[in-house]
Design a protein around this ligand. Structure first.
Ligand code: CP
Ligand code: NVA
Length: 308
């Protein structure tokens, strides 16, 4: 009997996981990484198909999901609005009803969070948020797996977000509440994250407009582009406002001596991060990018493979 809409789990936001589930998933990501390293043949998703809907560009998200499905013995289909009816006005509800009768899981990268929510509400199969203007939960799973691998549990640690109060920042805010760490956000005035998200985590978040103050004693410094994909026309106007928020060696020096540096990528050296930082000894950005593969495989397994 096929599942009916709402009968299955989704990952539209990190809050779709309990703190225990999130920690289990991160550990499983590390385990799957070790299994791949040992060359173990593990194909729990034989005959399963992932539909990937991309309304924005991607390198990491596409390659990690597609490679992950192949490694699990399954298959992935890339769909873009340019060559599907989604780009010609077919309602998202109808697309969800149809696509979810044909595949086992769907990943969507789009603009509005409401689009992934609407798709999930009409889907018979799990739906994964591959980035919206509001959130980027899969990237946070990879960032957290990377932190745990390098430094152990992040509970009680201090994290600094430097730059735009964007989708990545807002997923860091969700991760802070889920995994119990504090988050200091250093952003230009007027570029704070969503006010409701801030008040929902009051006490856990501090917003400052000084990057050195944000970075002080932090265990992890994270940043992202100054203009996201839906804001590219705004970059020119943002450059002057954001230039004091570049993650430089001085910003890293204000953090704890063993602080890590993360960036979801793609990065712009000389804008949000100095080359000496992203290419320096505290940067773990390549592990972070690689962990997209492993933690999303853990996520696919969690959503699709019945537990013991
Ligand atoms: N970090 C990230 O999501 O990268 P892509 O845009 O390349 O998928
Ligand atoms: N904030 C960026 C993240 C890209 C992975 C964007 O939305 O474009």
């Amino acid at each position: 009997m096929p599942a009916t809409p709402t009968a299955c789990r989704h990952l539209l936001s990190l809050f779709d996981l309990s703190p225990e589930e999130a920690r289990t998933l991160l550990a499983r990501g590390t385990e799957l990484k070790a299994m791949r390293c040992r060359g173990e043949d593990y194909r729990p998703l034989r005959h399963c198909t992932l539909a990937m809907i991309f309304e924005k560009s991607s390198t990491r998200t596409r390659v990690s999901f597609e490679a992950g499905m192949a490694q699990f013995g399954g298959h992935a289909i890339f769909l873009s609005p340019r060559d599907t009816q989604l780009g010609r006005g077919e309602p998202i509800e109808d697309a969800a009803r149809v696509i979810s009768r044909m595949v086992d899981v769907v990943m969507i990268r789009t603009f509005d969070q409401e689009t992934v929510e609407c798709f999930a509400a009409h889907s018979r199969v799990p739906v994964i948020n591959g980035l919206t203007n509001r959130l980027h939960p899969c990237q946070l799973l990879a960032d957290m797996q990377t932190y745990f691998e390098h430094r152990g549990d992040i509970r009680g640690r201090r994290v600094a977000w430097i730059g735009d109060g964007n989708n990545m920042c807002q997923s860091y805010m969700e991760a802070a509440r889920l995994l119990d760490f504090s988050l200091r956000i250093g952003c230009p005035a007027g570029f704070e994250p969503d006010a409701q998200l801030l008040s929902a985590g009051a006490g856990r978040f501090t917003v400052v407009h000084d990057p050195l103050e944000a970075a002080r004693d932090a265990d992890l410094i994270a940043t992202d582009v100054w203009a996201s994909m839906h804001q590219e026309g705004e970059l020119e106007n943002r450059l002057d406002l954001f230039s004091p928020f570049q993650v430089t060696d001085a910003v890293m020096a204000a953090a704890a001596p063993d602080a890590l540096f993360m960036h979801c990528l793609p990065a712009h050296r000389g804008e949000e991060v100095a080359a000496s930082v992203i290419d320096g000894p505290q940067s773990v950005v390549w592990d972070e990018a690689e962990n997209r593969l492993h933690v999303q495989k853990a996520l696919l397994e969690f959503l699709l493979v019945p537990g013991p």
